[in-house]
Design a protein around this ligand. Structure first.
Ligand code: GLY
Length: 314
């Protein structure tokens, strides 16, 4: 199989002035994940590294840069899953954590549970020595501005859609053929306090199984949960569809059945990969065989060599 890591920075409508940052962000995150794979790290190490980069980048709706709930606060959801054991870890409605994705890995590795929520997740984070950060450090001016705009009852619907993009994620295959996924989000803009989306729900925000592949999803959480999008795509792969065809089938079903758009990154255990979306845009990037692939609009697929300095010393 061919080791690969694929990331997305959220499906949706990315304003022109933010599209460059979004593309740069996914390319930088995928490089970070790829270096982990090249150094012999596992697919789980690679997806956590890539998503940590995306959470630390204020251009994305995850970690710093998360959208705000109706009270103007940050509540984040995240999941990881590994295909060898079907082990998973998730957190929902967590606050004051810079990298929820790292906390999900601790849930997977250090507890017998699949998901911890809200204050219980915070207590667990404290017990693991994960530092708490002030909520303000996760809030960008852009997120605050959009929150204010959306509080206005007659907010312009087009403006409300602009920049409405959710969720970051990654999938990977390592040199042993193990697959993994990781997904992290601030959720939906102006959501109710305590709202939990698809991201931490196994089979919706992500799924990984060495017998079929791994998927990370992005889009409207309530719709993704209705069709358990990640698991649906892997079902199609179990029926013999390629990563690309299965992704398109899953997204088409979500569109026809619940009128919702979204996006996914998908791998199979042999290293075939896909970045597919039914939304206007999705920033995505993949790294395989020392080549970087990336795009933003439907049909866009740029490639370039991964720079030597990055790979030196590996
Ligand atoms: N897919 C992100 C959310 O709805 O929370």
């Amino acid at each position: 199989m061919l080791p690969v890591v694929v990331v997305h920075g959220g499906a949706g409508h990315i304003p022109k002035e933010r599209s460059e940052k979004s593309t740069e962000g996914v390319c930088s995150a995928v490089r970070a994940g790829y270096v982990v794979l090249k150094r012999g790290g596992s697919s789980m190490d690679a997806v956590v590294e890539a998503v940590t980069h995306l959470e630390n980048n204020p251009a994305f709706n995850a970690g710093c840069g998360s959208v705000l709930n109706v009270k103007g606060e940050v509540e984040m959801d995240a999941i990881v899953m590994e295909g060898k054991t079907l082990g998973s870890g998730a957190v929902s409605a967590v606050r004051n954590i810079a990298n929820p994705i790292q906390l999900t890995r601790l849930v997977m590795d250090k507890t017998s549970h699949a998901c911890l929520t809200a204050e219980g997740a915070s207590q667990f984070a404290r017990s693991m020595g994960v530092p708490e950060v002030p909520m303000e450090s996760l809030i960008t001016e852009y997120a605050r501005m959009r929150w204010r705009k959306n509080l206005v009852p007659d907010a312009n619907p087009v403006e409300c859609q602009m920049g409405k993009m959710g969720t970051v994620g990654a999938v990977a295959v390592d040199s042993e053929g193990n697959v993994a996924c990781a997904t992290s989000t601030g959720g939906m803009l102006n959501k109710m306090e305590g709202r939990v989306g698809d991201t931490p729900c196994i089979g919706s925000g992500g799924y990984a199984d060495n017998q079929s592949g791994a998927v990370s999803t992005t889009g409207h959480g309530e719709a993704i949960m209705k069709v358990t999008l990640a698991r649906l795509i892997l079902f199609h792969m179990e029926q013999g569809q390629s990563a690309e065809a299965a992704s398109d089938l899953g997204l088409a079903y979500m569109k026809s059945r619940v009128s919702a758009l979204g996006g996914v990154v998908t791998v199979d255990p042999q290293g075939q990969w896909a970045a597919r979306f039914s939304s206007h845009q999705m920033s995505w990037a993949a790294a395989q065989k020392d080549t970087l692939h990336y795009g933003l609009y439907v049909g866009e697929h740029f490639t370039q060599g991964i720079d030597e300095p990055l790979l030196q010393g590996i």
